[in-house]
Design a protein around this ligand. Structure first.
Ligand code: ZN
Length: 877
């Protein structure tokens, strides 16, 4: 395997650069084919830098045309430029200005890092290491500088010229060219730099902060899409208000701009004052966007806005600290959604996502701690572990300290570190100082990979009226980490009496226990409650208070009791999941089906549906059995995805067929003529109705016809797409004609095309691979657009567990060949799709060998990117 430069970077090697950059003046001459970038960097040696220490700047794919220091051109022997950057051999030992002129070609930039062109629009993506593809620079987050940016471009090609900060001046140059100058007063690392130039439409609005500062808001997009940006604008204003109320954080510039672009490697980017978004996370109208799309837009708009304080005002010292900004900001956006919508529903959905994305990462070949201590390619660490587990760790901190203690720590964080590039250590220290606690052991959560397994057993002694819990924790080894430490576990809990109400106790020994929380710090504890009048049913990890796998000796009856009586909605939902999971595991193992337990689950589902107190969105989640991949991981080894699929379908039929009549009745009753609104209540109603529809497609002979009818009569995308997905994935007789209808009905809307691609790739029949290959081979298929590629091949690799893992290996080979091809143009997309293989070591032998062969063949490819070779090497172990 020959690859790009291989090198491993270690956290322990962190050292400040000998020189620092205090201010930056950039002048962009933007023009088709070649853009010229003149940079004037004001540079200073740091105290203690020895004379003669060379200045080493990063730079990639730059053509150096001029170089000078303080106005004097450098002689050839004074510098050296190569594929990785520029070295100035003997820079002055005082403040000086390094001026360079480079030429770049955004038009051929298919990696979509640095300055590139998307549908005619020039735009940038610099996090984490894209700025070095724009000019020579110290491209690392601990270099904070103020930026002034001048742009010139053709007035017709690029009437809109945007950069970070505030607009200082703009005007025509007379010759068909115009210019704009932007200045950002807040020192920032280069990864937050952004520029946009193009012919764009926009919507505008204003927001007045609590202290009376008026902020001009704008969202820029392709002409004709303006009205599809209104929901994003509404979400932005609510985010701004929420951050003031909940965290006391106000916006700090006169303008806040968002730009939607159609070629983007991931979701969105928090550049100071100029957020750039994948357009799928901006555009929404009822006919083409689902409730889930509306919620994602709201969430990501909030996320990027919240970065203004957690990420921009306070940034990361180095990329090992990525979860300092990402985990924290995900936590903040989760809280925003919880406050705006339903807290319980949000928590359940987030845990479903965590288990579907982070747990498999943590339990497979790509496992890494939220704060890794080495990497080869930092782009491969924008992971569910850094983001979602990072958010769980912050959530545990809030749980342990309480909301007030957590807020005190956050206030101190903003006060102490504003304007700095800092570390996880500094973050934890503010909570220690504000609350007078010691978080030494808590820090382990950041430093160690793997999902802890917590085992609890209980016993009740009627004679002494004592109730005892034995709790222990264990984290299995992960790649490179054979020994694990014990972590601090906040275990929110309650005891429930036989009549379903909470039970108290008069005394407790053997552990750290408060009213509603046990804190386990050691490997195990034995906790005895006295004054317990009868045997309780315990409820552990309420609200999913720690990201662990829990094993208890609760019986199916205990779980059904919790599903009915637990005061914590999360654990009511969890109890039903556990009942279903136990049943399906038995079915996969070929054990005698437990008709009694199936009947009881069916009755519990019936009660859930009929409940007058539960809200619709919660019911929709409760009526969803664990997905196939989760079942696979619960089985843990020698997974046969086909057997799991068959068992799960059989369980759905057994549980829901007896309820089909009632479900159809509820389905009809939930119909509504109210005009579409994206709010949580209406969305919950649609979620429940569509859940019933999907269950009926599997469990009721009349289901497919009902879904097809819903597809035809739908007045919004949520209902239409839910029907299409149910039919398309199950690949019933209606699938092909409805998919064809969908494709022509929305021809010309690329984001709806993505939905069509995703359903097409998830079909459960054996023909799916051939169809996916045919779609990809079509000469009109947009082969360089990340959204299209991910919707098709990403969905196949990540969300079609049966067909991707076909025993003949054809699914694996298709994906590795795709990766090899795309890798030559866009390594980030290639590497991301390849992570779909992370389940392979757990598969049964035939599939496992087929996966190994496909991966090994990929390893033989010439010239793999660092991104892909890093994933591949770790994947093969
Ligand atoms: Zn983020």
């Amino acid at each position: 395997m020959r690859t790009e430069t291989e090198h491993t970077i270690y956290l322990k090697d962190y050292a400040p650069t000998p020189y620092t950059i205090v201010s930056v003046d950039l002048d962009f001459g933007i023009a088709p084919d070649t853009t010229k970038v003149r940079a004037q960097l004001t540079i200073e040696p740091r105290e203690g830098t020895a004379a003669g220490t060379p200045l080493v700047l990063d730079g990639e794919e730059l053509k150096l045309e001029e170089i000078a220091i303080d106005g004097a051109p450098l002689v050839l022997s004074a510098y050296a430029a190569d594929a990785n950057g520029l070295t100035v051999v003997n820079p002055p030992q005082r403040r000086f200005v390094l001026e360079t002129l480079v030429a770049i070609t955004p038009e051929t930039n298919t990696r979509l890092m640095g300055l590139y062109r998307s549908s005619g629009v020039w735009c940038t993506q610099c996090e984490p290491e894209g700025f070095r593809r724009i000019t020579y620079y110290l491209d690392r987050p601990d270099i904070l500088a103020t930026f002034k940016v001048r742009m010139t471009a053709d007035e017709a090609l690029a009437p809109v010229l945007l950069a970070n900060g505030n607009l200082v001046s703009r005007g025509s140059l007379g010759n068909g060219q115009h210019f704009a100058v932007w200045e950002d007063p807040f020192p920032k690392p280069a990864y937050l730099f952004a520029l946009v130039a193009g012919d764009l439409g926009s919507i505008t609005d204003t927001y007045t902060t609590g202290s009376g500062r008026k902020v001009d808001l704008a969202i820029y997009c392709a002409h004709g899409k303006e009205e599809q940006c209104l929901w994003a604008m509404d979400s932005l204003k609510r985010s701004m208000a929420w951050d003031e109320k909940r965290f006391g954080r106000e916006y700090d510039l006169d303008v806040f701009n968002i730009v939607a672009v159609s070629d983007f490697n991931f979701g969105a980017m928090e550049n100071k004052g100029l957020n750039i978004f994948n357009d799928r996370l901006v555009f929404a109208r009822p006919e083409t966007a689902t409730d889930a799309d509306y919620e994602s837009i709201e969430r990501v708009i909030a996320h990027e806005y919240f970065h203004n304080w957690t990420g921009n005002r306070i940034t990361c010292r180095d990329w090992f600290q990525l979860c300092l900004k990402e985990g924290l900001t995900v936590y903040r956006d989760q809280e925003f959604t919880s406050d705006e919508r339903s807290r319980a529903v949000k928590r359940i959905s987030d845990v479903v996502t965590l288990r579907a994305t982070q747990f498999p990462e943590d339990g497979g070949p790509l496992a890494h701690p939220p704060r890794p201590d080495h990497y080869r390619e930092i782009n491969n660490f924008y992971t569910p572990t850094v983001y979602e587990k990072g958010a769980e760790v912050v959530r545990m901190l809030a749980t342990l300290l309480g909301q007030d203690g957590f807020r005190k720590g956050m206030d101190l964080y903003f006060e102490r570190h504003d304007g700095e590039a800092t570390t996880i250590e500094a973050f934890l220290k503010v909570f220690e100082d504000a609350n007078e606690v010691d978080l030494t052991q808590f820090k382990t959560w950041y430093l160690q990979a793997g999902t802890p397994k917590v085992t609890v057993s209980d016993s009740y002694d009627a004679a002494s009226q004592t109730y005892t819990l034995s709790i222990s924790q264990e984290t299995a080894p992960t790649p490179g980490e054979p020994e694990k430490s014990d972590v601090v576990l906040p275990i929110k809990f309650g005891l429930i009496g036989p009549n379903g109400s909470p039970m108290g106790w008069s005394g407790v020994t053997g552990g750290e226990v408060s009213d509603d929380m046990i804190v386990l710090r050691g490997k195990s504890a034995e906790i005895t409650f006295s004054g317990v009048a009868s045997r309780p049913v315990p409820s552990f990890f309420r609200e999913f208070s720690a990201p662990v796998n829990l094993e208890t000796d609760l019986t199916q009856e205990d779980r059904l009791f919790l599903a009915r009586h637990d005061s914590d909605p999360f654990n009511r939902w969890q109890a039903l999941q556990d009942v279903g999971l136990a049943l399906v595991k038995d079915m996969v193992a070929g054990k005698q089906t437990d008709e009694g337990a199936i009947g009881a689950l069916s009755a519990a589902m019936d009660d859930t549906l009929a409940s007058g107190s539960l809200d619709d969105a919660f019911k929709a989640l409760a009526l969803t059995l664990p997905d196939e991949q989760l079942i696979g991981r619960a089985i843990g080894k020698d997974i046969d995805p086909e057997a799991i699929h068959r068992a799960r379908v059989a369980l759905i039929r057994a549980v829901f067929r007896p309820l089909a009549g009632k479900m159809r009745g509820a389905y009809v009753a939930l119909g509504s003529d109210a005009p579409y609104q994206p709010d949580a209540v209406q969305a919950g109603r649609r979620a429940l109705r569509n859940r019933l529809m999907a269950l009926l497609v599997t469990a009721d002979p009349e289901g497919p016809a009902l879904a097809a009818e819903q597809y035809r009569n739908a007045t919004n995308m949520t209902d239409r797409f839910a029907a299409l997905a149910a039919i398309g994935v199950a690949w019933t007789a209606d699938a092909a004609p409805l998919l064809a209808d969908f494709r022509t009905r929305f021809a010309g809307d690329p984001l709806v095309f993505d939905k069509w691609l995703a359903v097409s790739a998830r079909a459960e029949d054996e023909g799916v691979l051939e169809r996916v290959q045919a779609i990809l081979a079509d000469p009109t298929f947009p082969k360089n657009n990340p959204n299209r590629l991910r919707s098709l091949v990403g969905s196949f690799a990540m969300n079609n567990p049966v067909q991707f893992t076909r025993a003949d290996g054809a699914g694996f080979r298709f994906v590795t060949q795709f990766v090899a091809d795309v890798d030559t143009r866009n390594p980030q997309v290639a590497a991301r799709v390849l992570t779909g293989f992370r389940v392979w070591p757990m598969l049964e032998a035939t599939r496992r060998e087929a996966a190994r062969e496909a991966l090994t063949a990929l390893k033989e490819s010439e010239g793999l990117s660092r991104n892909t070779s890093d994933i591949l090497t770790r994947m093969l172990g």
